[in-house]
Design a protein around this ligand. Structure first.
Ligand code: PGA
Length: 245
C-alpha cells in the first residue's frame, strides 16, 4: 500500500527563518510535503533531504503585471512540487471564488505542479447532515474543476483535501467514518467517466497525533493536511511515525 501523504501547512508561521530551518530539519521525512510561507522557501529547500516542498497558494497567470502575486511557473522552477489551492482561509479572508480557484488549479496543473484543492462545508451546512455536506462539496468540485478535463492533467497530479471549515483550528475534527464516506463520495464523483482523474483524497481539520491513526485507518483517506500540529516538532514527529506504519 502507498504510504500516506502528510501536508504540513505552516500558514503564516513561524516568525523567524531560523525556526523554519529548525522545524524543517526535524520533520524532514518521505511523504511529507512542507508548505512554508514564501520568504522561507529557499532556506527550507536548502535543508530538505527527503520531504517535498509545497506552496500555500499560487496565482492563475504564469507571468505579468499582477502586483504581489506569485507565479506557479516560478515556483516550479524553484523546485516546488505541490501547491495548495482554495484553502478556506483564502476563500474567507481573500474572497477567493470558485472561478478564481478553477483558474489557479488549471494553471498549476499546466506548469506541472501537483495541485491540492481544498474543499469543505461550513458548520451551517453540516448541521443539516452529511448529505447536505456532500452536495456542498460536489458543487465546489464541479466549479473548481470546470473544464479541467481539457487539460488532460496527469492522473495523479490532482489531490483533493476535504477540510470541513468547522473542523479547522477548532480542536473538533470530523468523525473519521464520515470523512471516509465523504472521500468515497469525492472519488466516485471524479471517476473516469466524469473527469478521468483518480485523485488522492486527504483530510484536514484539527489533525493531531491522537486522532491521525483512526483517520488513516481508512483506505479511502490517503493522507492529511495538518495545520497547527505541523508547527510542533514532537507532535508532528509522532504523526509521521503513525502515518508511516
Ligand atoms: P489545523 O489546520 O490542522 O490547524 O486544523 C488545517 C488546515 O487549515 O489545513
Amino acid at each position: 500500500m502507498n504510504r500516506k501523504i502528510l501536508v504540513a501547512n505552516w500558514k503564516m508561521n513561524p516568525q523567524r527563518e531560523s525556526e523554519a530551518i529548525k522545524l524543517t530539519k526535524a520533520i524532514d521525512a518521505k511523504n511529507v510535503v512542507i508548505c512554508p510561507p514564501f520568504p522561507f522557501f529557499k532556506s527550507v529547500k536548502s535543508v530538505i533531504k527527503k520531504a517535498s516542498l509545497g506552496a500555500q497558494d499560487a496565482f492563475w497567470e504564469e507571468r505579468g503585471a499582477y502586483t504581489g502575486e506569485v507565479s506557479p511557473l516560478m515556483l516550479k522552477k524553484l523546485g516546488v512540487d505541490y501547491v495548495i489551492i482554495g484553502h478556506s482561509e483564502r476563500r474567507r479572508w481573500l474572497h477567493e471564488t470558485d472561478e478564481m480557484i478553477n483558474k489557479k488549479v488549471k494553471v498549476a496543473l499546466k506548469v506541472g505542479l501537483k495541485a491540492i484543492l481544498c474543499v469543505g462545508e461550513p458548520l451551517s451546512v453540516r448541521k443539516k447532515g452529511l448529505q447536505a455536506a456532500k452536495n456542498f462539496v460536489k458543487n465546489q468540485l464541479r466549479e473548481d474543476l470546470k473544464n479541467i478535463y481539457n487539460l488532460k492533467p496527469k492522473t495523479y497530479n490532482l489531490i483533493v483535501a476535504y477540510e470541513p471549515i468547522w473542523a479547522i483550528g477548532t480542536g473538533k475534527p470530523d468523525n473519521p467514518k464520515e470523512t471516509a464516506e465523504m472521500s468515497r463520495f469525492i472519488k466516485e464523483y471524479l471517476k473516469p467517466k466524469t473527469y478521468n482523474l483518480k485523485p488522492k483524497v486527504l483530510y484536514g481539520g484539527s489533525v493531531t497525533s491522537l486522532n491521525i491513526g483512526r483517520i488513516l485507518e481508512y483506505n479511502e483517506i490517503q493522507g492529511a493536511l495538518v495545520g497547527g500540529a505541523s508547527l510542533k516538532v514532537n507532535e508532528f514527529k509522532k504523526i509521521i511515525k503513525i502515518a508511516s506504519k
